[in-house]
Design a protein around this ligand. Structure first.
Ligand code: A3P
Length: 288
């Protein structure tokens, strides 16, 4: 496969696939009860999407839950008119309350979400595991397949030459924005450490309540093993991915970076990290 061209776009790097319909993305009309699931790629987006969608389904049994995750929680940047009949997008046709996924950095979020005071759940994951996960994803994903070798990929990650831009800018931008907007900032490592506690946070943030039994259901149905074996969650029905190269539900662990980083790469990464993350109160664990 040819490596799709990465080019500068509004201050980040992008591939055409996500920018061709930019006018539409920018003019997107949010609804006040939209909930946005935002993240940098490979940080637990699908996991959080599955959690929140299950919560909604338990609340409203008429809600469709037997559909792939990318239909239940549509991807804002991929909601193209030509994907759908009669000039409306998949998101237009999604009944409220909608859950909407985005990987956009905070400064590129369509204005309508802020105007409508929409709640946003942002999930971040430590940089090293994110880089590793993104590397394997880039190998198996045909739309943005740009993996190359691990050393090259890691260097590009450090330089922010990734689809959706720099991890450092992304996590910092959203971290700062939560001071002024209704944003719940979750960490992948926290989800791994104590999922029930994080589900409580989500409930509180959304103003929802779950019975003990329902909460238990959400916990068990969003475990790595259950999601990995479910075609509705594991992207096995997505033609843009080649799971033989690397499964979408790959390892689901904290600390897999240790199997990829050499000592030299790790030292270089840490040194650069300090500089890029200087002055922020945002802290990550690379081990739990
Ligand atoms: P790995 O590649 O490290 O396994 P995203 O959904 O943002 O693309 O993130 C994908 C990453 O989240 C993958 O990481 C995937 O395995 C992990 N993941 C997905 N569901 C998970 C779950 N229920 N528990 C733990 N990790 C999960």
């Amino acid at each position: 496969e040819e490596r799709p061209e990465l080019f500068p776009f509004r201050g980040i790097h992008m591939v055409h696939y996500f920018t061709d319909n930019w006018d539409q993305v920018e003019a997107f009309q949010a609804r006040p009860d939209d909930v946005v699931v935002a993240s940098y790629p490979k940080t637990g987006t699908t996991w959080v999407s599955q959690i929140v969608d299950l919560m909604y389904c338990l609340d409203d049994p008429s809600r469709v839950h037997r559909a792939p995750i990318y239909e239940r929680v549509p991807f804002l940047e991929m909601s193209k008119t030509e994907d759908f009949e009669a000039g409306t997008t998949i998101l237009d046709a999604t009944p409220s309350p909608r859950l909407i996924k985005t990987h956009l950095p905070v400064q590129l979020i369509p204005q309508s979400f802020w105007d409508n005071n929409c709640k946003i759940i942002y999930t971040a994951r430590n940089a090293k595991d994110t880089a590793v996960s993104y590397f394997h994803f880039s190998r198996m994903n045909k739309i943005q397949s740009r993996a190359g070798t691990w050393p090259t990929f890691l260097e590009e990650f450090i330089n922010g030459e990734m689809v959706f831009g720099s991890w450092y800018d992304h996590v910092r931008g959203w971290w700062d924005k939560k001071e002024s907007q209704p944003i719940l900032y979750l960490l992948y490592e926290d989800l791994k450490e104590n999922l029930p506690r994080e589900i409580d946070k989500i409930c509180r943030f959304l103003g929802r309540e779950l019975s003990v039994a329902d909460k238990q259901k959400v916990v068990s149905q969003t475990s790595f093993d259950v999601m990995k074996s479910s075609p509705m969650a594991n992207y096995s029905t997505c033609s843009a991915m080649d799971h033989k190269v690397s499964p979408f539900m790959r390892k689901g662990q904290v600390g897999d970076w240790k199997n990829h980083f050499t000592v030299v790469q790790n030292e270089r990464f840490d040194e650069d990290y300090k500089r890029k993350m200087e002055g922020t109160t945002l802290m990550f664990r690379t081990d739990i």
